[in-house]
Design a protein around this ligand. Structure first.
Ligand SMILES: Cc1cc2nc3c(=O)[nH]c(=O)nc-3n(C[C@H](O)[C@H](O)[C@H](O)COP(=O)(O)OP(=O)(O)OC[C@H]3O[C@@H](n4cnc5c(N)ncnc54)[C@H](O)[C@@H]3O)c2cc1C
Length: 319
């Protein structure tokens, strides 16, 4: 059995996404543990130049006009023969929208087990061991693959994004494109409207969830953010309610943020939220439920009512 660790490269607007660097970093560690190789798989049209910056021993490039934009069926058509031929021990894919689309199709087409919502992947004598979040992060499952091989989709921010330790550019192998699958056609990318604040550039985010209770309480959070010199962001329900613009939403279907400090106030810590913020340098959570999953990623936490903590903290900061 090959000990290759395959990583599907995600790229947009001519740049490789941070999440791919995170996966490549872990793939190198896994490859070192198993005596194998970290192999990046780059699908695209005219994107081969991106391969040089990938932290992998080897990069396989499939260059085809049909892969110019993401399409689950075209990606699957390209990946199935590759995975079938190379028989990697693990295929690492980001737990993003496109990643989940591809991974599920690949799993079905190749009859390979899939562990989704992963936060950790290690390798020991029995093969890969995956930590996977179930029921919105309330349960952490340790998963082994029957047959010892499988596909893993990893939540953003689970690994450090350091791609510099790779030791030079990967050996690039260009392979022919599979027949393009036209069942699903890319029509256009709908970008979020520019918001008043770009939360991806803020170094302090005061993020609020359903625990805020009422829209009027947002004033308290705005005051704290002002005292800290930061901005207010939110979990999805707050954006769904229209209490804050969608451009403030952090998470899978919102924005990915990596501020120096992230205050999670009344946010439970569902995997879809963690995906957008677990890469923050410092995470401070306030939640009235001691079992809230947010505490598993927080560096500091207070089991408290945010309506008590927020005004007290603002006053302490002189706000
Ligand atoms: C495909 C998909 C995409 C998604 N994308 C996103 C996304 O991008 N971003 C996102 O955030 N979610 C996303 N979600 C939703 C996600 O699954 C959760 O439902 C959501 O994150 C929960 O938001 P919350 O933590 O604010 O609310 P809840 O889960 O309801 O948590 C509220 C928390 O507040 C606490 N609390 C209550 N009162 C207080 C108080 N007075 N003081 C302190 N704590 C209090 C509670 O203990 C609880 O932990 C997505 C879901 C799906 C299926």
């Amino acid at each position: 059995m090959s000990a290759e660790i395959l990583v599907l490269v995600e790229h947009r607007d001519g740049a490789v996404l941070d999440t791919t660097h995170e996966l490549l970093g872990r793939a190198r560690t896994l490859a070192a543990a198993s005596g194998g190789e970290a192999v990046a798989v780059l699908l695209g049209s005219g994107a081969a130049g991106l391969a040089a910056g990938l932290g992998a021993a080897r990069a396989i490039v499939v260059d085809d006009p049909g892969l110019e934009s993401f399409s689950p069926s075209a990606y699957q058509a390209a990946l199935v023969p590759l995975v079938r031929e190379r028989q990697p021990v693990i295929v690492l894919i980001s737990n993003s929208g496109p990643g989940m689309d591809v991974a599920a199709g690949l799993s079905a087409a190749l009859d390979l087990p899939l562990a989704a919502y992963a936060t950790d992947v290690t390798m020991d004598a029995q093969g890969p061991l995956v930590s996977s979040q179930l029921y919105a992060g309330k349960i952490e499952a340790k998963v082994r693959f029957s047959g010892g091989r499988g596909i893993v989709t990893v939540i953003a921010g689970s690994f450090s994004g350091d791609s510099t330790a790779a030791g030079g550019s990967p050996a690039v192998e260009v392979v022919g494109a599979a027949a393009t699958d036209e069942r699903i056609r890319f029509v256009g990318l709908i970008r979020p409207a520019a918001g008043d604040v770009d939360i991806t550039r803020e170094s302090v985010l005061v993020s609020v969830g359903r625990g805020i209770g009422e829209q009027d309480n947002l004033e308290l959070v705005e005051a704290l953010a002002a005292a800290l010199g930061g901005a207010v962001s939110s979990s999805r329900p707050i954006a769904d309610l229209g209490w804050l613009p969608r451009t403030r939403q952090v998470g899978k279907s919102g924005l990915k943020v990596k501020p120096k400090a992230y205050l999670a106030l009344g946010i439970s810590g569902a995997p879809e939220h963690l995906e957008g913020m677990r890469g923050a340098e410092l995470i401070i959570a306030v939640n009235s439920d001691p079992r809230a999953p947010i505490f598993s990623v927080a560096h500091y936490g207070a089991v408290a009512d945010l309506l008590d903590v927020v005004p007290a903290l603002t006053a302490r900061l002189g706000g």
